[in-house]
Design a protein around this ligand. Structure first.
Ligand code: SF4
Ligand code: SF4
Length: 126
């Protein structure tokens, strides 16, 4: 069974994704492509597309609820790395639940992980 995030993508089309500007500065080890971001507050940038009324990250390649891929997965910001799919590590994830419900998807349950076997770290696209 594939990882649930690969057929979801809801969180990348629900939240404003903001982070410290240094995450876009290669000289400071920041991996995020600056061209895909925009300025936010004094020390922050945001992924383009996520500050609008109906957020959708510019880096998202998805049909929400069908397939989903972060096109900059290895370079995504810390805010994305911090969002955990619900119950992937045995813990609830209110952010995951909120995003899925907002897109008409049911919150994940423990059953979503049955058959996946070993829990996969660092999934797409959260
Ligand atoms: S973390 Fe949750 S909302 Fe985000 S893609 Fe995965 S299942 Fe969907
Ligand atoms: S995981 Fe990728 S597609 Fe999703 S919000 Fe972050 S950068 Fe955008």
């Amino acid at each position: 069974m594939p990882h649930p995030c690969l057929s979801c993508g809801a969180c990348c089309a629900h939240f404003r994704v903001s982070f410290h500007w240094s995450e876009t500065d290669p000289a400071l080890g920041g991996p995020v492509p600056v061209a895909l971001t925009e300025p936010l507050r004094t020390h922050e940038r945001a992924m383009r597309g996520t500050s609008q009324a109906r957020p959708r990250c510019i880096a998202l390649d998805a049909q929400i609820g069908r397939y989903s891929r972060c096109t900059i997965h290895p370079q995504r910001p810390s805010a994305c790395r911090d969002v955990e799919a619900a119950w992937e590590s045995g813990r609830p994830s209110p952010q995951c639940d909120r995003a899925r419900v907002a897109h008409g998807l049911p919150p994940l349950t423990m059953d979503a992980w049955a058959g996946i076997g070993q829990v996969q770290g660092d999934p797409l696209p959260a």
